[in-house]
Design a protein around this ligand. Structure first.
Ligand code: ADP
Length: 349
């Protein structure tokens, strides 16, 4: 298999469309790294540069210490799976999967063996004679996966492969992909705008914004220690709450938790609180006016407005009797809060 290295890769489309700036990343052999960020942050560009479908403006790309920056796409031994499946409509599933092997002039027996074995892994053996239009979305995506796996490439690239599937199937395929990754032990780079997909799939997550890497870390590390306000707000659902906060003489004032801070200069900050760290209490220190209650079965998500007109989202127990218009009393688990300077960078409390 293969390790992948990006060294200070930048990509400018045309004269001034900066898609990626100074992107450096080491992906270990057998690792599944997820690139995540909002639409337009440079995720696809990163994959396309690695696959050789797009030329970088500067920087180098390596597979196993071999510089492949100027290598033709067909020489890179990389397989890419897209959201639109990109299957050949007139070919059967078998022929779709066999296509690249035929191009490589493998023997008929070898092709049959590889396709059958891969179809087995993916549970699509009974569809081998069907055409793509005779398959469901999930089955088509499995064929697209099969077409990549059958080649035994050095690296797998996934560009939002599940976004055309409905919510339930997406979760199912996500689990299958995770299983497949452990089974194949292959190096995979996976692109998504869906933070839940990133959290559940990635050995590590790379959070991107406007073509710049924000943070590279394991999912829980990103969740518990986001390096800035952007990452904090992007990872986690419902999203982290942000409150304007003043610190004076080492104590947070505006939420009167009397939280002591160390080494943080006095001034205005943003306090970040995850919805699960809002603790509903009979007599809490804070109140908000409830506007929306979402009943999810296993929990209620309560959205309210604070006295200082800031929106607040809390995750609460499902049996909580609360309705729009009620007042909700709560405490904040101060030990779990995050403090951000006005430039968005996290300050340790
Ligand atoms: P993502 O995959 O995160 O949605 P992309 O890598 O597709 O982001 O795009 C990053 C940025 O580069 C966007 O601002 C996009 O508009 C721009 N871009 C992408 N492809 C082209 C292109 N062929 N020509 C000009 N700009 C492009």
């Amino acid at each position: 298999m293969a390790a992948v290295r990006f060294e200070a890769v930048s990509k400018v489309y045309g004269t001034d469309s900066r898609a990626l700036t100074d992107f450096s990343l080491d992906v270990e052999d057998g690792e599944l790294v997820v690139l995540v960020g909002p639409s337009g942050c440079g995720k696809s560009t990163t994959l396309r540069v690695l696959a050789g479908l797009e030329e970088s403006t500067s920087g180098r790309v390596f597979i196993n210490d071999t510089d492949i920056t100027d290598e033709a796409p067909s020489k890179r031994d990389i397989a890419m799976v897209f959201q639109n499946y990109a299957l050949y409509p007139h070919m059967t599933v078998f022929d779709n999967m066999a296509f690249s092997l035929k191009m490589r002039k493998l023997s008929k027996e070898e092709i049959k063996r590889l396709v059958t074995e891969t179809a087995d892994i993916l549970g699509i053996s009974e569809y081998l004679e069907r055409k793509p239009k005779e398959l469901s979305g999930g089955q088509r995506q499995r064929v697209a996966l099969g077409r990549a796996i059958v080649r035994h490439p050095k690296v797998f690239l996934f560009d939002e492969p599940l976004s055309n599937l409905d919510a339930k199937l997406r979760v199912q395929m996500r689990n299958e992909l995770a299983r497949l990754h452990s089974k194949l032990g292959a190096t995979m780079i996976y692109v998504t705008h869906d933070q839940a997909e990133a959290m559940t799939l990635g050995d590590r997550i790379v959070v991107l914004k406007n073509g710049f890497i924000q943070q590279v870390a394991q999912p829980l590390e990103v969740y518990n220690n986001p390096c800035n306000k952007f990452v904090a707000g992007f990872i986690g659902s419902p999203a982290m709450n942000f409150f304007k906060t003043e610190i004076s003489e080492g104590e947070i004032l505006s939420v009167n938790g009397r939280l002591e801070t160390t080494g943080v200069a006095d001034g205005m900050y943003t306090l970040g609180v995850r919805p699960e760290d809002i603790l509903v209490r009979e007599q809490g220190q804070f109140t908000c006016s409830v506007e929306v209650v979402e009943t999810l079965g296993n929990e209620k998500v309560v959205i309210g407005i604070t006295g200082s007109d800031e929106q607040i989202t809390a995750r609460c127990r499902p049996d909580l009797d609360i309705r729009p218009g009620n007042e909700l009393s709560f405490d904040i688990d101060m030990s779990k809060t995050h403090l951000f300077a006005l430039d968005g960078v996290e300050r340790k409390i």
